[in-house]
Design a binder for this molecule. Structure first.
Ligand code: 5GP
Ligand code: 5GP
Ligand code: 5GP
Length: 217
């Protein structure tokens, strides 16, 4: 018998900034469990190859089984909310991430979700940015370099910063990619950064706490 080999080289651990998901032309919908905190939230933990390609949907037979991670659900609602429309309780997003990426991870469902939650805590992104004076504020522009440096200072490894564009056309911090070794035990230097999702040199970091955004319910 043969234990499934880890047929990939490392993980991208991807976190999103909710305000930047919501203030685009496409808008967003708050989860049925309520508006998320003003904090980074998990997008996913994605197996990847060193050549930039990645495996996905590795087990077509798999399905999400809530009973395997029922102890994590309230923590996931807080740290891994879904902001897509229509509003949902997260299960659809977690199922998507599990089926597309988790089934290639060599982890079971509980370990996959637990690992992602642990890496969110370890990365402590909002606090690391705060420590460098980088706070969510309207109209303020930060250099991508200063954002990378602040995260590197706290995590010990340089992140990849992905931007998107708000409904007024401003480039803003959207997602932070960190790399994790293939056994999902520690952050590592990224073997390769994602292609074609660069930022301008100065970007916004919009607040999520005000009630003047336009999310639908
Ligand atoms: P997008 O086109 O929005 O950047 O990415 C769409 C989806 O493709 C992501 O949600 C993710 O599932 C997958 N994806 C995009 N880029 C990468 C990557 O570099 N590595 C992996 N493993 N998946 C990716
Ligand atoms: P990916 O394929 O890029 O891993 O995941 C993106 C998919 O998850 C899309 O189909 C998107 O609609 C869905 N999704 C649900 N909630 C969210 C969310 O809060 N953020 C992102 N980026 N995608 C979400
Ligand atoms: P997907 O194919 O994964 O549904 O979505 C493609 C891209 O659009 C992803 O980058 C995803 O994050 C983004 N996206 C999906 N649904 C929404 C949404 O409801 N609002 C916003 N702002 N972006 C979305």
């Amino acid at each position: 018998l043969c234990v499934a080999a880890q047929d990939f080289d490392f993980f991208y651990f991807v976190q999103q900034w909710p305000a930047s998901y919501c203030d685009t032309r496409r808008s967003c919908c708050y989860p049925t469990t309520g508006k998320p905190d003003e904090d980074f939230s998990i997008h996913g933990l994605w197996p990847n190859y060193e050549n930039g390609k990645w495996p996905q949907n590795c087990d077509k037979e798999s399905s999400l089984d809530e009973s395997e991670f029922s102890d994590l659900i309230s923590t996931m609602e807080k740290n891994w909310p879904s902001l897509a429309c229509p509003s949902s309780d997260g299960l659809k997003f977690w199922s998507h991430e599990w089926l597309k990426h988790g089934t290639c991870s060599a982890l079971n469902q509980h370990a996959y979700f637990q690992t992602a939650l642990d890496f969110k805590t370890k990365s402590n992104l909002l606090q690391n940015l705060n420590n460098a004076g980088i706070k969510p504020r309207n109209g303020e522009h930060y250099s991508v370099e200063s954002i990378k440096n602040a995260i590197e200072e706290g995590v010990g490894h340089t992140p990849f910063i992905e931007c998107n564009v708000d409904s007024q056309g401003n480039h803003q911090l959207y997602q932070v990619y960190l790399c994790v070794d293939s056994s999902a035990s520690k952050f590592i230097d990224c073997p390769i950064f994602p292609h074609g999702r660069k930022c301008g040199s100065k970007i916004e970091f919009p607040p999520f706490s005000s009630n003047d955004d336009h999310a639908e319910f």
